[in-house]
Design a protein around this ligand. Sequence first.
Ligand SMILES: *Cc1c(COP(=O)(O)O)cnc(C)c1O
Length: 383
Amino acid sequence: MTRTGTVFERMGIRPVINASGIYTDLGGSRLSPGVWGAMTEVNDQFVKLADLLDGSGRLIAGRLGAEAAWVTPGAAASIALMVSAAMTGGDGAAGQRLPDTAGLKNEIVLQRNHRYKYDRQITMTGAKLVIAGGAGGTTEAEVEAAIGPNTAALFLPAHLDRSAGTVGLARLVAVGRSHGIPVLVDAAYLCWPLELMPSHIAAGADLVCFSAKYFGGPNAGGFIAGSRRMIDWVSVNGFLRYESGPYRTFGRPLKMDRQTIVGVVVALEEWLALDHSERWARYRRQVAELADLIGGIPGISSEPKYFTMDERLVPEPVNSLVVTVPSVGRRTAQSVAAALEAGSPSISCSAEGSTLIVCMDVLRDEEIPIIGAALRALLEPNE
Ligand SMILES: *Cc1c(COP(=O)(O)O)cnc(C)c1O
């Protein structure tokens, strides 16, 4: 059997220059040589995964000042594992019946303005979402009113904390405590500024999860941090001991390999030690270079902006060049984005209204001139 060309070529697919940012559908982030090296190192060595999950959890917990932590295959998986832990406690027999929740506290309270796409991972466990409040928002009294004898947890997507018409984390924790109900937090991308990472636990959240894709880790990695007791419950429902233990655990499909677990740990270590001012300075430099490369094209203007993780454009800190592409004939920002994607090499960026958003989050320096040339070819008037 012969093997020629790159693995992508053999499959008949094309690589993409990622000027969109960190998206699961584009493969998450780029692993650093240090992360990749650590994954290669453990490829040569077997280890008991129970030891590896205990050890990695201990290391992460230490870094975050949490009692305990547990590596998972991402934040979405973490949500399902946090919710299943809240419903079943450490009861493996109850865990193996999920998503049948008969006899369990199975209600998760979520505020109306906190509904978001990953609340699907709450209900996939068999839990029932109880939405507190109405279209006008949610008051503390409405959170109280949503709590009943079957409430297993209160849930907060942390990026929506303090959004209009919501009860903030500190008050939610106070309400949870007064009823003896845990508060679960999805802080998937709240890994920068670094002070955010331990902040939810410090504020009293019982469990909080992060996605490794946002801190330079594997696309299929993440972790949960929080109380020792609840992390133990998470581990009971995880993928370990399905074959060797007494229970057919709920989390068996959420399995991990040792390489990914180590990748999550080393990516976090690097992220916490990284010179983030240098990282932002690099984006700014790349943005300036691209602005230069496409300067002077009639009718085209560009502006440095911050394209946030929740896809808003704000002034600072700069990570993107927003290129305004007025519609001319059949040319729109959308048609230019489509042409970039269809081009060779394929370039992926966002198109919003009459703008293209070229995001530097995972771009290499040498990719900037390629994007500049492609944009110039598409935007320059051809006489
Ligand atoms: C990406 C994301 C998730 C899912 O994380 P994965 O690690 O990809 O499973 C959950 N919540 C938010 C807010 C996210 O941005």
